[in-house]
Design a binder for this molecule. Structure first.
Ligand code: G3P
Ligand code: CA
Length: 254
């Protein structure tokens, strides 16, 4: 652990396990979420999109090709087809039992294991914002998760606006790769709680402005704690990382 990192770690920073503890288990699977719970993470981040039969599924890419033994677009495969796929073997033989989880299954596991869930509303071109939001909202209502356990995030401001109407008690975080110059006006529009940006593009001035306006500031996806020590000084509140275990090691050392 670099000496400088030891000195700067005194400010406690929170971490979210990005797609679960995705450096230790296949991303966006129940195994990755359990691993995050075992590591003592408070938060997991998951990507949600709809199957052909409009079931909210937890998977990042538009297609199943990279993270399963199948092929094709998620939006063109029904739940029954998606559930037949092996979603773990690409990561390692130990994970051949893993399946692409539904949002409902994930919320159930999160509830049992005291995990808070950052639900990214994942929209690819051609996806229907309204249907995605309505289906996610229904699952949340049915799952009876308590409000404080959840946060919506999206690159799509319309989706966040819809969620404000459907589930007003659940906070919203705007995702931006680079924070735009008119950020504050956009954030007001959706009554945002947080801003989630790519840590590589965040500037100290932007961080100052957002913190002065009382927004939570989250950064994705730094995987080496020592590389982001300056962000801690800028007031970043949360690191959304594939390696929560690396941050935990540093915090434990401090
Ligand atoms: O939540 C931040 C991050 O997940 C956004 O990017 O591509 O990993 O979904 P991506
Ligand atoms: Ca994501």
């Amino acid at each position: 652990i670099p000496e400088k990192a030891q000195q700067t770690v005194q400010k406690t920073i929170k971490t979210t396990a990005h797609r679960g503890a995705s450096s230790l288990a296949p991303e966006n699977t129940l195994a990755a979420f359990m691993k995050a719970a075992e590591l003592g993470c408070d938060w997991i981040e998951i990507d949600v999109q709809l199957s052909l039969d409009k079931v909210p599924m937890v998977i990042h890419d538009r297609t199943v090709d990279r993270c399963s033994n199948g092929s094709g677009a998620v939006a063109e495969l029904a739940l029954s087809s998606l559930k037949q796929l092996d979603a773990g073997q690409w990561f390692g033989q130990a994970f051949t039992e893993e399946r692409i989880p539904t949002l409902a299954e994930t919320l159930c596991l999160a509830k049992k294991n005291n995990l808070k869930v950052n639900i990214e509303l994942k929209l690819y071109p051609q996806d229907d914002v309204q249907v995605l939001c309505e289906r996610i909202s229904e699952v949340i209502t049915e799952s009876q998760c308590i409000d404080t356990q959840l946060l919506f995030s999206s690159f799509n401001a319309e989706a966040l606006k819809r969620m404000q109407n459907l589930q007003p008690q659940i906070r919203r975080g705007q995702l931006w790769e680079k924070i735009p110059t008119d950020a504050l006006a956009n954030l007001k529009e959706i009554d945002a709680y947080s801003v989630h940006c790519d840590y590589r593009f965040l500037t100290e001035r932007q961080a100052q402005q957002l913190k002065q306006s009382d927004y939570q500031l989250y950064c994705y996806t730094p995987n080496q704690p020592a590389l982001v020590e300056q962000h801690w000084g800028w007031g970043v509140d949360m690191m959304i990382t594939d390696k929560p275990q690396a941050y935990r090691a540093i915090l434990a050392y401090a």
